[in-house]
Ligand binder design. Structure first.
Ligand SMILES: O=C(O)C1=C[C@@H](OP(=O)(O)O)[C@@H](O)[C@H](O)C1
Ligand SMILES: C=C(OP(=O)(O)O)C(=O)O
Length: 420
């Protein structure tokens, strides 16, 4: 699908979508907790749908009712031998250890970009927890056979935090007692805060967190699972970042649904925006942001790598040279995002230089109309669309359907803002 974005101002009020990071964790926690969970503001992205499907294959029942999703679970009790993670990195890395709680073989698959994302962590780590694990040389498909036994273990967290999220959930699901997960070089640390927050909200066992290096579980019985836990999925700072950047580039908009007290990593977009000098007011209920004269910024996105795409769009309109640190974190996302951002913004005449772990963006020059490609990556599609808002002419975004992975309403939200 191709979407043509015309240069235009944006105005009006928009509510950010549900966070897929929070929604997928809530699905996992509902499965592990047992009993009934009512999810309010449930996400509907492709990644969220993958997580809902996985928990059903692993034994939960899922019912849509009005604006909620009701999940009932008896723990991990699969009704199928196979789970399909779609294109979701979080789902495959979080649900593989959870599926390993089961005593029989489970096959794990996915499609598209997920088949190219590294999973060798499991070949190294799961056997140490008594799980047999086969993979296709460190890639999908996987085959696991548990039951996983929580043990003291030391793992490498430098590739992705998502493996640790999976281990933490699985250890809680196995009632880990007096065991420690030691992690070296953990990446994307705030995502672990979100994991621990969701575990706490669901009444799961929460380990102590010693400086993101040691997570110690000491068993505390929480008694019977709470009947009918109500959980509201928070708004998505990762998708919301594109809306805020759209406002800064060429708008006057109000973004709702973003919790300023959230544990989400991408809340840090506010820090980058503040450096640009944008006119913005942050309140509990809403963030108001408007087109302003923007100056270049220097931002470290090592722990919030999903902010690179919106920040490159922002940097294109900032006077001077902006620098974003943490490019090494981008190689294994839906595309190799350092390279795809360089290529696609290059087509619009925006110079993006990759130097070691830095991305250097020369801003303040005219942004040209162009035909760009999403490379099947939702965040590349959204970054190009937002950059188009003040371009010299139309930007044609090919592969625009990629946004369904995290933000299916993105194109209609953008259109709504362009019209109001
Ligand atoms: O746990 C999560 O919800 C996520 C963690 C991050 O991945 P890494 O830990 O691999 O950086 C992020 O990029 C991804 O979009 C979502
Ligand atoms: C990398 C992403 O997600 P995941 O790793 O869960 O596929 C993303 O949403 O940008």
């Amino acid at each position: 699908m191709k979407v043509i974005v015309k240069p235009s101002t944006v105005s009006g009020t928009i509510t950010a979508p549900a966070s897929k990071s929070a929604m997928q964790r809530a699905c996992a926690a509902s499965l592990i907790k047992g009993g009934e969970t009512v999810l309010h503001n449930p996400g509907i992205s492709a990644d969220d749908m993958a997580a809902l499907d996985i928990i059903q294959q692993l034994g939960a029942t899922v019912m849509q009712q009005d604006d909620t999703v009701i999940i009932t679970s008896n723990g991990v009790n699969p009704v199928s031998q196979t789970i399909n993670c779609g294109e979701s990195g979080l789902s495959v890395r979080m649900f593989t250890p959870i599926a390993s709680l089961y005593k029989n073989v489970i096959f794990i698959n996915g499609h598209g970009s997920l088949t190219k994302r590294p999973l060798h962590f499991f070949n190294e780590v799961l056997p140490q927890l008594d799980v047999q694990c086969k993979s296709n040389n460190g890639y999908l498909p996987l085959e696991v056979k548990g039951p996983l036994q929580p043990k003291d273990i030391e793992v490498d967290g430098s590739l992705s935090s998502q493996f640790l999220t999976g281990l933490l959930m699985a250890f809680a699901g196995a009632s880990a007692n007096n065991v420690t997960i030691k992690v070296n070089n953990l990446a994307s640390k705030p995502y672990i805060d979100l994991t621990l927050q969701v575990m706490k909200d669901f009444g799961l066992q929460v380990p102590s967190n010693e400086n993101y290096e040691r997570f110690h579980f000491s068993y505390k019985s929480n008694g019977k699972p709470t009947d009918s836990l109500h959980y509201t999925v928070e708004g998505d700072w990762s998708g919301g970042a594109f809306l805020l950047v759209a406002g800064a580039i060429n708008g006057n908009i109000e973004v709702r649904g973003l919790d300023v007290y959230s544990s989400q990593a991408d809340k840090a977009v506010l820090q980058a925006l503040m450096q640009t000098g944008v006119i913005m007011s942050v309140e509990v209920e809403k963030i108001t942001i408007q087109k302003s004269k923007l100056k270049a910024f220097h931002f470290n996105a090592t722990d919030c790598p999903d902010l690179f795409p919106p920040l490159v769009a922002l940097a294109a309109y900032c006077e001077g040279t902006s620098v974003i640190e943490g490019v090494n974190r981008l190689a294994h996302k839906e595309s190799n995002r350092g390279l795809t951002l360089q290529e696609e913004f290059g087509k619009m005449g925006v110079e993006v230089v990759l130097q070691d772990n830095l991305m250097i963006i020369k801003g303040g020059e005219p942004v040209n109309g162009a035909v760009v490609s999403s490379h099947g990556d939702h965040r590349i599609a959204m970054a190009c669309a937002v950059a188009a808002l003040k371009a010299e002419s139309e930007v044609h975004v090919e592969g625009a359907e990629a946004v369904n992975k995290s933000y299916p309403a993105f194109w209609s939200h953008l259109e709504q803002l362009q019209k109001s």
